[in-house]
Write a protein that binds this ligand. Structure first.
Ligand code: Z5A
Length: 225
């Protein structure tokens, strides 16, 4: 049975309604690359879609991103991070995601509230109920139709991150044990929620693309079949 979509309907109930697909995973799991490839595939089919990311997507959210990620000298505990990511999410949902879904577009988003449950919840220890309440205020209850979690061992993600030569942000500077809690958190939450699908992110970009392609074609045949 297909899970309910953001409005409570089945996930693939016809071409008129937008689809909200979120890519998740630890650092270096290949989300951005796979979103780019799926976006190219939708463009070739002439399918209206939006690609976006969290934290970010609006001017306010990009400013909040800078505070959270690019200012490692600022002390922020897990609850402060939750509130900042949620403020960014609020404007992202209101200005970008909900309008696109109402137009009937596919939204491909790099991270959403599952990142908060994993990074601030499983890895930093903020209680799940606190996260649930704050997130619900930020999103108005909007949930993705599908989460695609790209799973890679911590060392694979770190190697890819080192190879791309980008400076490490505040969260990427965390210790190895933190990264292990992140990976375990994704796997644990995926096991309990049918909206979350895990895809093995190890392999060449083409191999991962094929796995993602067959997953979305199965879930959303009217858009990707
Ligand atoms: N965060 C949070 O704590 N709470 C929240 O609620 C939210 C976020 C929303 C955002 O960082 C940080 O915020 C993130 C979680 C936290 N911190 N961490 N970790 P970001 O947006 O700056 O970065 P990221 O989301 O972690 O992305 P990333 O590290 O850039 O990874 P990616 O998008 O998954 O991977 P990629 O850019 O597609 O690929 C990384 C490199 O690997 C690149 O050079 C690729 O060419 C290469 N690559 C990709 N796929 C492959 C394969 N299959 N083989 C070989 N090489 C590959």
């Amino acid at each position: 049975m297909t899970p309910p979509g953001p409005t409570g309907r089945a996930a693939d109930d016809g071409p008129g309604r937008g689809r909200f697909i979120v890519f998740e995973g630890p650092e270096g799991s290949g989300k951005s690359l796979q979103i780019e490839r799926l976006s190219r595939r939708l463009s070739e089919r002439g399918a209206a879609h939006v690609t976006t990311r969290e934290p970010g997507g609006t001017a306010a959210a990009e400013a909040i991103r800078e505070v959270i990620l690019e200012r490692p000298e600022l002390r922020l505990d897990g609850t402060a991070e939750l509130l900042l990511f949620s403020a960014s999410r609020r404007m992202h949902v209101e200005e970008i995601i909900r309008p696109a879904l109402e137009r009937g577009d596919v939204v491909l988003c790099d991270r959403f509230e599952l990142s908060t449950r994993v990074y601030q919840g499983c890895a930093r220890g903020v209680p799940a109920e606190t996260i649930r309440r704050v997130t619900s205020a930020a999103t108005g209850g909007l949930l993705p139709d599908l989460y695609v979690v790209l799973d890679v061992p911590v060392e694979v993600g770190l190697e890819r991150g080192e190879a791309d030569g980008e400076p490490r942000d505040r969260i990427e500077r965390e210790a190895r044990a933190f990264m292990e809690r992140v990976r375990a958190g994704y796997l644990e939450l995926a096991a309990r929620d049918e909206r979350i699908e895990t895809v093995d992110g190890v392999g060449t970009p083409d191999e991962v693309e094929r796995k993602v392609g067959s997953l979305v074609a199965h879930r959303f045949p009217s858009r990707f079949g």
